[in-house]
Design a protein around this ligand. Structure first.
Ligand SMILES: *Cc1c(COP(=O)(O)O)cnc(C)c1O
Length: 514
């Protein structure tokens, strides 16, 4: 594994004092963590049982812990990192910006990198299909509202969509339409749009009402009549696109109940937290046509999928090889009215997000001050200069030939390496979308019988992978592989190899009949 100390561990990035590690004793930083830190989405009782991995350095796809052990960052530090850690170009851009100013307020002032970034983002988000493809290009995303993270980017989208709906057709309170299994963040508005019971049920009394329609989930779809095969369920499914009909019926039903729809919220191409659940090719295009021709705005949550994560497209809408689409929507020629981006926006360096929308939405908030049509919403760090500088550098890298080649190489390496996993009878589905892969572990592939969540199979497999120097985090029984784009074919092999070994350790073949 190539850990290049040239790029990592420069004196300024490490702790000043050398850390003393007594044998058998918990590292001082681990002790501090255990005493004071409460970790997100973590059962802290389990956390406190073992020594946490304390990361001190990173370089490319490699993370290094406080004991000097190296790991491959197989989930890109929770789906954020694009070009690797300690990337010289992003580091340089942040340093240059730091020499000028770190932050000034967007409430009352414009600034240099945020102005440039807003233009770059609208250009990147613009759909430029081939002239003969028949896709309408009106309603381009023309305005950028900056915020801090995926949740806030979604809060902004939902507030804007709600207000536009309320202002343009007064009457009953509009409602949002979400997909089952959807995840849009953890603030109360974003949780209202979300549909993962495990996370959201506890807060139900706090939430506003939304409508739900089934998301496509070929592997576990009640309409899929195909028997399980050793392939991605989307490829062998037998259905009549019932999931698309359901959306059509839902909109008709809302109309007949006189419920106005303020927007349909979608994670395009693949639902992340649902368990990396991909949509079959054509679903997004079909559903968008239905939704948008009913006059309902489409709110695309590209927080996970944005900035090249969904790789190179399959199917008829072919893009030239030197410019793969940066956003999932573009794979199917879809132009949403709202697009939320975050995670990878700064290359995974800094918390920064944006909500992109159309001139029409922007105009609905114009008026005399005394009309109070202002969008009364904003975050202290909106348009932060350091984040903007990192995001600009990240966009430069994304558009470079070198990065495009690396992404193509990673997508292909993932595809060929993942194939080996079908050997395990505990692998039920392998779903890859570009540079994202979810491997669903099941008790019995022939019946798709799942493991009980309480058995913590996903967690145990990931712990076994960590012992082999590969870090990732499961979603229930789904193992996530979503490495930085600079991950080499050899590193990809190591990631999948660690998963294979982890599987064999946690689920030996002899356990098959238990
Ligand atoms: C992670 C995520 C969010 C929330 O983003 P945060 O930055 O964690 O607030 C929203 N939507 C999707 C699809 C995500 O994957």
């Amino acid at each position: 594994m190539a850990y290049d100390p040239k790029h990592a561990g420069k004196k300024e990035t490490t702790t000043a004092k050398p850390l003393r590690i007594a044998k058998g004793e918990l590292h001082r930083l681990a002790q501090l963590d255990r005493r004071y830190v409460w970790h997100p989405f973590t059962q802290m009782r389990d956390w406190l049982k073992s020594e946490p991995v304390v990361i001190v350095e990173g370089c490319g796809s490699v993370l290094k812990d406080v004991h000097g052990k190296e790991y491959l960052d197989a989930n890109a530090s929770i789906w954020t990192n694009l070009h690797g850690h300690n990337n010289p170009r992003i580091n340089g851009a942040i340093r240059r910006q730091l020499g000028k100013i770190a932050h000034s307020s967007a409430l009352g002032f414009a600034n240099e990198p945020a102005s440039i970034l807003a233009e770059r983002l609208t250009k990147a988000a613009r759909l430029t299909p081939k002239p003969h493809s028949g896709i309408r290009c009106a309603n381009q995303l023309a305005k950028v509202f900056f915020s801090d993270d995926g949740s806030t980017a979604m809060e902004v989208a939902l507030k804007l969509a709600f207000e536009v709906s309320r202002r343009t057709s007064p009457g009953k309170r509009p409602r949002f339409l979400s997909l089952s299994g959807g995840y849009h963040g953890d603030t109360v508005g974003a949780v209202s749009l979300g549909k993962i019971d495990l996370f959201h049920k506890a807060y139900r009394a706090l939430l506003f009402r939304t409508e739900t329609v089934m998301a496509p989930h070929c592997y576990r779809c009640p309409f899929n009549r195909a028997h399980p095969e050793r392939a991605d369920a989307r490829e062998y499914r037998k259905c009549n696109w019932e999931c698309v009909d359901e959306v059509e019926q839902k909109l008709a039903q809302m109309k007949s109940r006189e419920i106005r729809c303020a927007g349909m919220v979608i994670e395009p191409l693949v639902q992340g937290a649902a368990g990396l659940v991909p949509q079959p090719h054509g679903w997004l295009r079909r559903v968008s046509q239905i939704v948008q021709s009913a006059g309902v705005p489409l709110i695309a949550d590209e927080v996970m999928t944005g900035f090249g994560r969904t790789g190179f497209p399959i199917g008829p809408l072919s893009f030239p090889k030197d410019s793969p689409p940066l956003f999932a929507c573009h794979h199917e020629g879809v132009q949403p009215e709202f697009m939320a981006v975050a995670k990878g926006m700064t290359g995974g360096y800094l918390p920064m997000a944006a909500t992109l929308t159309t001139q029409r939405v922007f105009d609905a908030f114009l008026g005399d001050y005394s009309e109070f049509k202002t969008f009364f919403h904003g975050h202290s760090f909106a348009g932060n200069q350091l984040g903007s500088a990192a995001a600009l550098a990240s966009l430069d890298i994304l558009e470079s030939r070198n990065s495009i080649q690396r992404r193509a190489r990673l997508q292909n390496a993932l595809k060929s390496e993942l194939h080996a996993l079908w050997k395990s009878p505990f692998v039920g589905d392998i779903r890859q979308v570009g540079l994202i892969a979810g491997i669903e572990l099941v008790k019995n592939w022939e019946t798709r019988e799942p493991f009980k969540l309480a058995d913590r199979i996903g967690i145990r497999v990931c712990e076994a992978m960590a012992r082999r120097g590969v870090l990732t985090r499961p979603i229930g029984n789904v193992i996530v592989i979503m490495p930085p784009y600079c991950t080499t074919p050899a590193q990809t092999r190591r990631i999948v190899g660690a998963l294979e070994e982890g599987l064999a350790e946690v689920l030996p073949l002899s356990s098959k009949r238990i």
